[in-house]
Design a protein around this ligand. Structure first.
Ligand code: GLN
Length: 309
């Protein structure tokens, strides 16, 4: 497949900046309100190691819901498929990512999938560490291993801001605790979850994470299988079916690659056997996806024929 050219990527990043006017920066997490909607960045890491980048590629953002994929990979490696899917489902949903309604309707009342908040909270509850610090450390160490960079940390201010205002996520947790889906302290779980969402990266680092998933779980430099192949495939499948919230269907039609977005305005994309892509632009559409990011990925996918369909 044709490689992503840096000159071309720079043009597209410049060209798509204007689309930020069609969206709005997330404001339900107070600290995210301060993000500058004009920032726009993209990076693509080819599996041969060549990285191309454009825009504010060093800018650090919080990965938010992209962390759901990472926690899922860790939970699968900790407990195996059967245990994980006894507590979270595998089906897409047309409900928003923060929705609580299906928890009451579904029998058993496990969350629909691990890419919505309820499912992600149930997954984070499966970290093996005893304390919330250990649980967070487990996720951070996994990230350090994936990108061979142990400087990655979380943004204290964003984590605290979300923790202090996470009334809906608290409700999801208490509902699931009542039904035996999660165990232990809800406050400790929220502490880990809000910190995992506040993990900070730039697009180059996140493209590296994506490249591991594009390489079926193998480190692109060493060839080491850092995520068992089958588990990497499960994560890719969830990204493909549920990764863009209740816009996953149209994203599959218009872009056609496994991808995961976060409310900071980030999207991580997996171009199987080619490389990993990360795009960032904080203005969101009404489903919570970056308008600039989606536009950019549409253009890239069409130009390089990325769609897996
Ligand atoms: N931390 C955010 C939340 O739980 C993540 C959601 C998202 O990125 N969609 O609300």
């Amino acid at each position: 497949m044709e490689k992503v050219a840096e000159r071309q990527l720079e043009k597209w990043v410049d060209h798509t900046r204007i689309y930020a006017n069609n969206g709005k920066v997330a404001d339900y997490i107070p600290a995210l309100k301060r993000q500058n909607p004009e920032i726009n960045a993209a990076a693509f890491l080819h599996l041969d190691g060549e990285c191309v980048q454009a825009g504010e590629a060093d800018y650090l953002f919080t990965i938010q819901s992209v962390s759901k994929v990472l926690a899922l990979a860790v939970a699968l490696m900790n407990h195996g498929e059967e245990a994980v899917f006894s507590r979270v489902g595998k089906e897409p949903t047309s409900d928003p990512f923060y929705s609580i309604s299906k928890l009451e309707v579904e029998k058993p009342s496990k969350p629909i999938n691990p890419m919505i908040n309820a499912g992600a909270l149930a997954v984070t509850n499966m970290m093996s560490g005893k304390t919330s610090d250990d649980m967070l450390q487990e996720i951070l160490e996994f990230v350090h291993q994936l990108i061979a960079d142990d400087t990655v940390d979380y943004d204290r201010e964003v984590a605290k801001s979300e923790y202090d205002s996470a009334f809906l996520n608290r409700s999801l947790c208490y509902f699931m605790k009542q039904n035996g889906i999660i165990t232990g302290s809800v406050e400790e779980l929220l502490d880990v979850y809000t910190k995992q969402c506040a993990i900070q990266m730039n697009v180059k680092q996140l493209a590296k994470v994506a490249a591991v998933f594009a390489n079926e779980g193998k480190d692109i430099e060493t060839g080491e299988q850092v995520i068992p192949r089958h588990y990497a495939r499960i994560c890719n499948t969830f990204m493909g079916t549920c990764g863009m919230y209740n816009q996953s269907g149209s994203f599959a039609i218009n872009v056609g690659i496994p991808a995961k977005s976060g409310v900071s305005g980030v999207i991580m994309g997996v171009v199987k056997d080619v490389g990993g892509v990360a795009v960032f632009g904080p203005a969101l559409d009404n489903t919570g996806n970056s308008v600039v990011g989606v536009k950019l990925l549409e253009i890239m996918s069409r130009s390089y024929q990325w769609s897996i369909f």
